[in-house]
Design a protein around this ligand. Structure first.
Ligand SMILES: NC(=O)c1ccc[n+]([C@@H]2O[C@H](COP(=O)([O-])OP(=O)(O)OC[C@H]3O[C@@H](n4cnc5c(N)ncnc54)[C@H](O)[C@@H]3O)[C@@H](O)[C@H]2O)c1
Length: 264
């Protein structure tokens, strides 16, 4: 199936690490122009080099942008358009979680979670959608989480934000459909980077790997009907599909990529 993503311009926030990295490489392989928007410039440059070496036909660049700042996000969109004339696809991938019980979490951690998981997505959508409306075309895919659909132990505020991403996506899908814009979300389950090389300095896995020991990973895999944890490519494939014109009659949906972990 030709996803017809060649020549499209795609912004991937948090594209330097793990899932975002796989998404950026996936679009590059399809021949898209990719803007990796991240605060980790050196890891982002590494991924951009890997993307450009794939020879897909597009070009991958890095734009340093903190997605919690509307000004930086607006500059990121402007830079993408300046560089590639148009911006067709926005992938909201940045997110963050600290595994702990709600009653033990200091307020600063809630604020960080809300900033990185919800404000970031609202900032990027607000900055990108006017351009898409003007063009009468756009695809927005936001990375939510299985936790956002069914809740998650020790991830209460994160799950609230991820449910918020689903609600925001559905609501904007209703507002934006008339302009040829689709918005969908993808909900991964546990997806651990294969190596240090695949994660950035700010990756949530720098701390989460203390919880997800190899024994814990084995135990967790048994909870999934498909009996394995997810890979970053599992999620990237779903994102590419939803961003493509093959999926042009799909909007406002949240797609679980979780080996059957949830089925709602
Ligand atoms: N990995 C999982 O198990 C899992 C499961 C469900 C949902 N998700 C969601 O998938 C997404 C990606 O997860 P991951 O595991 O690849 O994350 P990760 O922590 O490995 O990577 C996040 C990337 O975002 C960048 N980043 C952090 N703060 C930023 C900011 N303010 N502005 C710009 N960039 C910033 C980091 O530098 C890093 O490159 C997140 O939204 C996460 O919530 C992940």
């Amino acid at each position: 199936m030709d996803l017809q993503l060649a020549g499209k311009t795609v912004i991937v926030t948090g594209g330097a690490s793990n899932i975002g990295r796989a998404i950026a490489l996936g679009f590059a392989r399809e021949g898209s122009n990719v803007v990796i928007a991240d605060i980790d410039e050196s890891q982002a440059q590494k991924v951009a080099s890997q993307a450009n070496a794939l020879g897909g036909g597009g070009r991958t660049i890095v734009v340093r942008a903190d997605v919690t700042s509307y000004q930086e996000v607006a500059a990121m969109v402007a830079r993408a358009i300046d560089e590639f004339d148009h911006m067709h696809v926005l992938v909201n991938n940045v997110g963050w979680v600290l595994d702990s019980l709600f009653l033990d979490q200091p307020r600063e951690d809630w604020e960080k979670a809300v900033n990185l998981n919800l404000w970031s997505v609202m900032n990027c959508m607000r900055a990108a959608l006017p351009h898409m409306v003007e063009n009468g075309y756009g695809r927005v895919v936001s990375i939510s989480s299985e936790g956002g659909r069914v809740g998650e132990y020790r991830e209460a505020v994160y799950a609230a934000c991820k449910a918020g991403v689903i609600g925001l996506t559905k609501s904007l899908a209703r507002e934006m459909g008339r302009y040829g814009i689709t918005l969908n979300s993808v909900c991964p389950a546990v997806t651990i980077p294969r190596s240090e090389d695949e994660m950035g300095e700010h990756s949530l896995w720098k701390t989460m790997l203390q919880v997800f020991t190899p024994e814990m990973q084995e135990k967790a895999a048994r909870l999934y009907p498909l009996r394995r944890l997810g890979t970053a490519e599992d999620t990237a494939n779903a994102v590419l599909f939803l961003a493509s014109d093959v999926a042009n009659y799909i909007t406002g949906q949240s797609l679980s990529v979780g080996g059957g972990f949830t089925m709602i």
